[in-house]
Ligand binder design. Structure first.
Ligand SMILES: [Zn+2]
Ligand SMILES: [Zn+2]
Length: 509
């Protein structure tokens, strides 16, 4: 009897095991398919390490299915398998799973003060050169017509071949058609599947195309060079793969499209990195501030003299924090605060922070510290100032009692367990959803409910800030300004986010 019971138990255990691992049983019939699928998921960033087993974890399959908009079954079903066989770009879809550290270091952006140069270093063997020139130029034009970017073709006359290596050295984006293993650890695979790949700006921006493809133009036969080039150049400019299926930056080749053009998602991405066409006029609190503050800080020059190392805001537009009180914008830099009034030039500022924000307590003037990390404006004139692991709160200029406090006490979850170690870069209420966000280096956290003490960090966070914002730059400050838009500041640039950007809000992967 005992024996029977334990054998039943074994059977039960076996069934439950099979139910739990049913994906293995369903797909194990085709080892080749499983092998290929696993290679695919590893190659494109969905599996971290590729062991020799033929087992694929359902979350990895689901991540791929989610990225391309298929049902998240977690198994290599027919649709998923078909998608894996389609021609596509060789760049990874989810790079940070594999290369978190490199990704954090990556700035993904070209300086935008000069035209970017490109050169076709190696032409394809089966496509006329002059058409390669026109198709690739056309592809770059898609990106320049939607942004502040400009491109310059570095073309070499035949007799100058010897100068080529010298010229290559000075060219930003080098384009070549390559076969198989071509020296960058990402060998091409012959006709079909991978069509090309490209490097992000920090890795040189070069674009490689598989010379084994049947490259064509204006034809449904073969692979359309213009379309694939437009995609690869997106990487060269700093864009990642998009999970919007109609975007140029979606990883799969969609076949020849006669009216091929950038989609909304592509335009938002390129403009987040390089801004729109310069003719478009748009205002920023910072750019206005610099103009406004110039005379003021000149007037204040004598008082700044005492500390020579401190540069004024107009000498160096980098600042520590930005807040709003009574519709006036206050900008903090070192020990000074600057004011930009809504309507008038403010000659009273800058002032020492300690003269503006504080409170009398027992005959002593208590104040917020100098050189704060960042600050946050909440409704009802509540202002939070952050420095290190502590924060101070004022109502308008009045410092509240009981501060400083630990950040992790007031905003639960912003602690070591959630990868926060102090010294925030930015804190802001995002105009898209009115949640509060905190940025530190590459990470972004979201507060669940905008309440001090009763709030905690959302469980889906932290996420990578560059992915959330689609900005490769490190964000140093952010604010929802009085026009209701959210502005992000990096060292030299600012980015304005309008409400359209709500749609690209936190995408999980
Ligand atoms: Zn790609
Ligand atoms: Zn390559």
């Amino acid at each position: 009897m005992r024996f029977v019971v334990s054998s039943d138990l074994l059977l039960l255990l076996l069934i439950s095991f099979l139910l739990q691992h049913v994906h293995i049983c369903l797909t194990f019939t085709d080892n080749n398919r499983l092998y290929y699928a696993k290679e695919f998921l590893h190659r494109f960033g969905y599996i971290k390490t590729n062991d020799s087993s033929l087992e694929i974890s359902p979350p990895a399959v689901k991540a791929f299915q989610r990225f391309i908009g298929l049902n998240q079954t977690g198994i290599i079903d027919e649709l998923t398998w078909q998608k894996m066989r389609e021609p596509r770009c060789g760049n990874k879809d989810l790079r940070r799973i594999q290369r978190r550290k490199r990704y954090i270091l990556q700035g993904s952006r070209w300086p935008s003060n000069e035209p970017l140069t490109f050169r076709i270093v190696k032409y394809p063997t089966t496509f006329p050169q002059q058409f390669v020139d026109t198709e690739l130029t056309k592809a770059l034009k898609l990106w320049s017509s939607a942004s502040s970017l400009e491109f310059e073709h570095r073309k070499l006359k035949k007799q100058d071949a010897l100068k080529a290596s010298n010229l290559d050295h000075k060219t930003d984006i080098r384009i070549s058609f390559e076969i198989g293993d071509h020296g960058d650890t990402e060998p091409f695979d012959g006709p079909g599947n991978v069509l090309g790949h490209a490097f992000f700006p920090q890795y040189g921006g070069d674009a490689h195309f598989d010379n084994d493809e049947y490259w064509t133009m204006k034809s449904t036969d073969g692979v359309n060079l213009f379309q694939v080039a437009a995609h690869e150049f997106g990487h060269s400019l700093g864009l990642e793969h998009s999970n919007k299926p109609d975007a140029i930056m979606a990883p799969f080749f969609k076949g020849y499209t006669s009216n091929f053009s950038l989609q909304e998602d592509d335009i938002r991405a390129i403009q987040a990195l390089y801004g729109g066409k310069p003719s478009k006029s748009f205002s920023s609190p910072l750019s206005n501030s610099i103009e406004t503050f110039q005379p003021a800080s000149k007037q204040m020059a004598p008082s700044v003299k005492s500390s020579n190392k401190v540069t004024s805001l107009c000498q160096d537009p980098q600042f520590d924090a930005i807040i709003i009180i009574d519709d006036d914008t206050y900008i903090f830099k070192d020990h000074l605060v600057y004011r930009r009034s809504k309507s008038s030039l403010d000659t009273e500022y800058p002032k020492p922070i300690r003269d503006v924000f504080g409170r009398w307590e027992g005959g002593i003037w208590q104040t917020i510290p100098d050189k704060i990390d960042t600050a946050l404006t909440w409704p009802n004139q509540q202002i939070f100032f952050f420095k290190g692991k502590h924060y101070w709160k004022t109502i308008r200029f009045q410092l509240q009692t009981g501060y400083p406090r630990l950040i992790q006490d007031g905003f639960r979850g912003l602690d070591e367990h959630h990868f926060f170690t102090g010294h925030l870069n930015a804190a802001f209420v995002y105009s898209g959803d009115n949640h509060t966000y905190f940025i530190k280096d590459a990470m972004i956290w979201r507060l669940h409910m905008n309440l001090e003490f009763s709030s905690s960090i959302d469980i889906d966070y932290p996420q990578f800030a560059s992915r959330w914002l689609n900005i490769g730059e490190k964000i140093t400050s952010a604010i929802q300004w009085i026009n209701g838009l959210t502005y992000f500041f990096s060292h030299k640039y600012y980015y304005r986010y309008d409400h359209i950007h709500q749609q690209r809000l936190p995408e999980k992967w």
